[in-house]
Design a protein around this ligand. Structure first.
Ligand code: ZN
Length: 510
């Protein structure tokens, strides 16, 4: 029997989901705490959920995608990217109640805004639900009351599964101090199920008071998560490996949601981190992140989606905005006609990507020769035998190439054809100058191709008894003022052989 092609991970996950849980409708949830710039590592959470939704809908099933912004989480500490004096007083207060690092609005919205805009560009149709609204609206009030009632049961589950001792004064509910706004500096002293109030003490404020539960605090993370599953009726949720390990918050949440809230834990999808090549796992608190909106400046949305969609979530990924960029764009464009995962491409559509059939690294060189002039780009491409389907798609791709050159390209791929003979090429040794004269004459002959130009370098070097490397070096010095550059024959073709020949003659002149 012929072997079937390997199934895409999302198709397999959906098969398993349907086998275990019937045919929906499904609520697929994802969530992020907007404690800093929301980076590509965080994007894996939402995209994994979105991919599952797409597969479910393809099969004619109902799927709704939500994105819970944990804006009621507290600021854990003063992160390195924050002004220490300004933010020290806010440690412990919810992200939705402290000011933005710059401009108007709250801290949470400041970091959420660009991320939500990026989700739109990526065609992730997630409905954003703010945790602060969930708490203030009373959507979680039944679960808070259930958790307070079941305090001892929850403490036992946590102790048994995590192996950690639970403090005698531990409470699943963290009251918020009405004075300093902190969720972390309060101790719950008592609660009244009839009045639905809590009595707490805030040590730093020397404050003790009784307040309504509604709007005055939140559940601790390990209880908050299962409470949310039950309140929103979540069927599927991806989460990072930190929550998925043995004794992690999924393990404890699974028991808490069943025993305390009478609901079944969502179908899990555990994903690995995304590293930034050479900089380790991305982490907002360490500051080694590229925000999603920054990446979308240099990678088309479909290509960024493809990067995350292709490998299974449990595969760790390294984002390399230098070399990898070139191959990734070409893979989605299908320039290379190999290695492409067509199912991943299908699940990565964000609506704006048109294949142009021109390798990205070629465009990177052409836009530099054309100095960003898109009309000249087209002239060069036409002259060198390229054709493309849509001018707009080509212009778009050139703009990506230009932004990539500006932000992430390594120095050795950047060049500028110098308007005059550079200084460094003005006093070449006599034997090199003689060879350049021969080379210029060979290049100036009509109807030559890049292979002919390439061969001319070798023939000239042999004729003048020179290492060909010396001739290449002189060529690059004369044209771009650097010792290395794009492949010489091909570079000659895109710059234009007459211009190159003239420049080589200038360098050859005594
Ligand atoms: Zn306080």
């Amino acid at each position: 029997m012929a072997e079937l092609p390997a199934q895409h991970w999302a198709d397999r996950a959906v098969d398993q989901l349907l086998a275990e849980r019937g045919s929906g409708p499904f609520l697929v949830a994802s969530g992020i705490s907007p404690s800093g710039r929301i980076h590509v590592g965080n994007l894996r959470e939402v995209l994994t959920a979105d991919i599952i939704c797409r597969v479910l809908r393809e099969r004619g099933l109902q799927a709704r995608l939500i994105f819970v912004a944990d804006d009621y989480d507290s600021l854990r500490k003063v992160y390195p990217f924050l002004d220490p004096q300004r933010y020290a007083p806010y440690v412990g207060a919810p992200l939705s109640e402290i000011p933005a690092p710059e401009g108007e609005g709250t801290y949470a919205e400041y970091f959420l805004r660009p991320f939500l805009a990026s989700l739109e560009r990526l065609k992730v149709s997630a409905e954003c639900i703010r945790a602060s609204h969930l708490y203030r609206s009373g959507a979680l009030l039944p679960q808070i009351l259930q958790a307070l009632h079941a305090r001892d049961t929850i403490a036992q589950i946590l102790a048994r599964i995590t192996g950690k001792e639970i403090e005698p004064d531990w409470s699943p509910f963290m009251p918020q101090c009405s004075q300093c706004k902190s969720l972390l500096s309060t101790t719950l002293l008592a609660w009244d199920p009839n009045q639905q109030t809590v009595t707490y003490r805030c040590t730093p404020c020397a404050l003790q008071e009784t307040v309504p539960i509604l709007g005055h605090g939140k559940l601790t993370w390990r209880v908050d998560w299962p409470a949310r599953w039950a309140a929103l009726r979540v069927d599927v949720e991806p989460f990072g490996k930190d929550h998925g390990g043995k004794g992690g918050s999924y393990d404890t949440g699974k028991e808490i949601v069943a025993q305390v809230f009478g609901f079944r834990a969502p179908f899990p999808l555990v994903y690995e981190w995304i590293r930034l090549k050479g900089m380790g796992d991305m982490s907002s608190s360490k500051g080694n992140v590229v925000a999603v909106d920054e990446v979308l400046e240099v990678i088309p949305p479909d290509v960024l989606r493809y990067f995350i969609t292709r490998p299974a979530p449990k595969v760790s990924l390294a984002l390399d905005l230098t070399d990898q960029m070139l191959t990734l764009v070409d893979e989605v464009d299908d320039v290379t006609k190999k290695q492409r995962d067509p199912r991943a491409v299908q699940l990565s559509q964000a609506g704006g990507f048109l294949p142009i059939g021109i390798p990205f690294n070629h465009l990177v060189n052409v836009v530099q020769v054309a100095q960003g002039d898109l009309t000249r780009v087209k002239e060069i491409l036409r002259r060198t035998g390229y054709s493309w389907t849509s001018d707009q798609a080509l212009d778009d791709r050139c703009r990506y190439a230009l932004r990539w050159l500006d932000r992430f390209a390594p120095d050795d791929v950047k060049f500028r054809v110098q308007p005059q003979l550079p200084h460094c090429a003005r006093s070449l040794p006599p034997n090199i100058r003689a060879a350049l004269t021969t080379l210029a004459a060979a290049i100036a002959q009509p109807a030559k191709t890049s292979e002919d130009f390439h061969r001319a370098f070798y023939d000239t070097a042999a004729l003048h008894n020179l290492p060909v490397a010396d001739l290449f070096r002189a060529f690059y010095l004369a044209l771009i003022g650097k010792e290395r550059g794009p492949r010489a024959g091909w570079f000659t073709e895109i710059i234009g052989p007459l211009f190159v020949a003239q420049r080589l003659r200038e360098a050859a002149a005594p």
